[in-house]
Design a protein around this ligand. Structure first.
Ligand code: VGL
Ligand code: ZN
Length: 196
């Protein structure tokens, strides 16, 4: 059984959003078209409190895209984004959500970031996504959405670690930084993942 995970197709990651992914909107019609090919479709939603410590605004003198140590983990500081219940945190109206059976929210703990839909960045807490997929007899996972170099990549890597045959759908994802994704793509392939 094959599942599609649609990662973070939210206004703040789309053109005009606070952490916009260049041409991120172009993947939405593609994602709408492929959903019919899966036994199960789920989504993730970045869902931060306003005081989330991944925001540069929470660190005096720091600017977005600088790196700090946060509780023992390397943390890139981001512009404020996907604040719970804000417009920017909403899943795009352009995305067809009728086949999405569950939405896994992440990034609620202000003290740790959460790129993957499976775990936070320190693997301190499980979102339940792996157990959900296993209960639905899923053995193959395809990942799409935003952003290729962060949440899509880390979701796909954890999917491999959870034992799923895992692919990233190239045409259905876009990166914040293309060069960054090129490097991470190689790591993903070396870990046993496929790009389709
Ligand atoms: C993401 C940075 C911060 C993503 C989320 O969805 O890729 N990137 N929060
Ligand atoms: Zn975030």
């Amino acid at each position: 059984m094959k599942a599609l995970i649609i990662v973070d197709v939210q206004y703040d990651f789309l053109p005009g959003g606070s952490l916009e992914v260049p041409r991120g909107d172009e993947i939405i019609p593609i994602i709408n078209n492929i959903q019919k090919d899966y036994d199960l479709v789920v989504a993730t939603q970045d869902w931060h409190p306003a005081n989330h410590l991944s925001f540069a605004s929470q660190h005096e003198g720091k600017l977005p895209f600088e790196q700090i140590d946060l509780d023992g983990l390397d943390q890139i500081l981001w512009p404020d984004h996907c604040i719970q219940e804000s417009y920017g945190s909403e899943i795009s109206e352009e995305l067809n959500t009728s086949r999405i059976e569950a939405i896994f929210r992440k990034g609620m703990d202000p003290n740790i970031d959460s790129y993957s839909g499976f775990y936070d960045n320190g693997k301190r807490k499980d979102t339940g996504l792996s157990g959900y997929l296993k209960a639905r007899k899923i053995d193959e996972v395809h990942v799409c959405g935003l952003a290729a170099d962060f949440c899509v990549y880390f979701t796909a890597m954890d999917s491999i670690a959870e034992g799923f045959k895992t692919s990233i759908i190239s045409k259905a994802t876009k990166a914040i930084d293309k060069g960054e994704f090129m490097e991470k793509k190689n790591t993903f392939i070396q870990a046993g993942g496929t790009l389709i």
